[in-house]
Design a protein around this ligand. Structure first.
Ligand code: AP5
Length: 213
């Protein structure tokens, strides 16, 4: 099963992708997580990407497409994958389409988690992420049992550098101008499903599982 999760920054893509991974046994491929690892490791790609990420801008397509080509060629993607945060631009859509052809496979569903911008700002400004396993918490909506400690692995929780109102506002502009127009491409393919991402975690998860079957 090959799935794309669309959604504004903080819509819940990462949260839901982890649950899909658990249930269906397919890997979550988050371009944001891969980029953050490269930034932390100080690789040349990370140094280049950081300039864009800290400013709330999309990282250039050439970098992102290279990441995805390499990641999808790994063995664990043979039985399927969840793309979390890719594609975000038309060149990325075209590159993915070509890649699917080369891999002799196709996308099954594109699920968009729809959340309005005012709620996005509330979600992102309260987010805490585990340094070790990447699980997201929220100070109000899903607080960890122990402050700043991950319930899943005991890792330390931190606030992402790009999770401030100014940067999130820029990320939302990028999302609305470059990513939302892509919906039409997948609508025409008949595989886009838009769901209300404002509801409780469990309700959103149940709807996704119902869609995926
Ligand atoms: P990335 O890390 O992908 O950031 P994003 O798309 O902005 O998405 P987020 O990770 O912020 O949010 P999410 O939807 O996963 O939400 P979460 O589940 O954590 O990308 C970062 C940067 O990298 C980009 O800005 C860009 O520079 C670059 N980049 C990445 N991919 C790129 C690409 N393809 N092309 C170009 N550049 C790229 O949830 C958020 C919060 O809400 C959490 O606190 C969570 O607990 C809470 N929450 C979630 N669901 C619910 C719910 N149902 N109810 C209440 N609270 C909820």
């Amino acid at each position: 099963m090959n799935i794309i999760l669309f959604g504004a920054p903080g819509a819940g893509k990462g949260t839901q992708a982890k649950l899909i991974t658990e249930k269906y046994g397919i890997p979550q491929i988050s371009t944001g997580d891969i980029l953050r690892t490269a930034v932390d490791e100080g690789t040349s790609m990370g140094i280049e990407a950081k300039k864009y990420m800290n400013d709330g801008k999309f990282v250039p397509d050439s970098i992102i497409i290279g990441i995805i080509k390499e990641r999808l060629s790994k063995d664990d993607c043979k039985k399927g994958f969840i793309l979390d945060g890719f594609p975000r631009t038309m060149p990325q859509v075209i590159a993915l389409d070509e890649l699917m052809g080369e891999m002799n496979t196709k996308l099954n569903k594109v699920i968009s988690l729809n959340v309005p911008d005012d709620l996005i700002l509330v979600r992102v400004s309260g987010r805490k992420v585990c340094k070790n396993c990447g699980t997201s918490f929220h100070v109000k909506f899903s607080p960890p049992k122990k402050e700043n400690v991950c319930d899943v692995c005991g890792g330390e929780l931190y606030t992402r550098k790009d999770d401030n109102v100014e940067t999130v506002s820029k990320r939302l502009i990028e999302y609305h101008s470059q990513t939302v127009p892509l919906f039409n491409f997948y609508k025409d393919e008949g595989i886009l499903v838009e769901i209300d991402g404002t509801r409780n975690f469990n309700v959103v998860t149940k709807e996704i599982f119902d869609i995926l079957g």
